[in-house]
Design a protein around this ligand. Structure first.
Ligand code: MN3
Length: 244
């Protein structure tokens, strides 16, 4: 069907380039609107559930190490980088990431990697929930997925394939351009849709630290399993805010 084919072509173009590619949004960065609502939490936010809440799909040990060590390190590194720049501490992290070239050269890469790490993981925790407790995508998000991708299963396959093809460390995303269109692509390291003027709706961490204890080198198995803990209600709320 036409809508699904459009999604497939956009997707193939994105992963074919091998990196974070903005597909077809003209005019560069859009004004910071919904992006500005993303808070820059000064400290490591607690998990919104227990470490074992996502078992058996995401194991307890991985959650403990991932949150308490990896995410904590990104927060600490970001705070250290911004310590001498109080004027930057008052800006939203999404805004900083959307305008990296405006940052002092001395901290640009640190903010990119650790600010990205901080906000990416904050979104990651907030878009998962206990298995079996979720709902299908509804509302405006459900309509947009149906119109653009044809089915939720097809969308999942696109997101998974982008994540499987990411060489090395990175993320696979569902993102909004703020005008209703959805995008699927992968980014390296801790890069994210904010850097392209988009809003991340859902991101799956494909760094090995996200899955290696349980899945070893079987990234595709991890990606398939991840959908058992997706919180579509949270993703839908992010979409509503992005297009609001
Ligand atoms: Mn991670």
């Amino acid at each position: 069907m036409v809508t699904a084919m459009m999604g497939r072509r956009s997707f193939l173009r994105a992963i074919g380039a091998g990196g974070a590619v903005l597909l077809s949004v003209a005019g560069g960065f859009r004004p910071i609107t919904a992006l500005a609502a993303e808070p820059l939490a000064p400290d490591l936010p607690p998990l919104p559930y227990s470490y074992d809440a996502l078992e058996p799909f995401i194991d307890t040990a991985t959650m403990q190490i991932h949150h308490d060590r990896h995410h904590a390190a990104y927060v600490n590194n970001l705070k250290n980088a911004l310590a001498n720049y109080p004027e930057l501490q008052s800006r939203s992290l999404a805004e900083l990431l959307a305008n990296l070239n405006d940052l002092p050269q001395a901290i640009r890469t640190t903010v990119r990697n650790n600010g990205g790490g901080h906000i990416n993981h904050s979104i990651f925790w907030a878009t998962m929930r206990a298995p079996g407790s979720g709902v299908a995508p509804g509302g405006a998000l459900g309509q947009a997925i149906g119109a653009q991708f044809g089915s939720v299963d097809y969308l999942k396959s696109l997101i998974n394939t982008a994540g499987e093809r990411r060489f090395g460390s990175g993320w696979t995303w569902l993102a909004s351009d703020g005008a209703g269109a959805l995008y699927v692509y992968s980014t390296p390291n801790q890069d994210n849709p904010y850097m392209m003027g988009q809003t991340p709706l859902l991101g799956i961490d494909v760094w090995e630290h996200a899955y290696y204890l349980k899945y070893q080198n079987r990234r595709a198995e991890y990606l398939n399993a991840w959908w058992n803990v997706v919180d579509w209600a949270a993703v839908g709320a992010r979409y509503a805010e992005a297009i609001g």
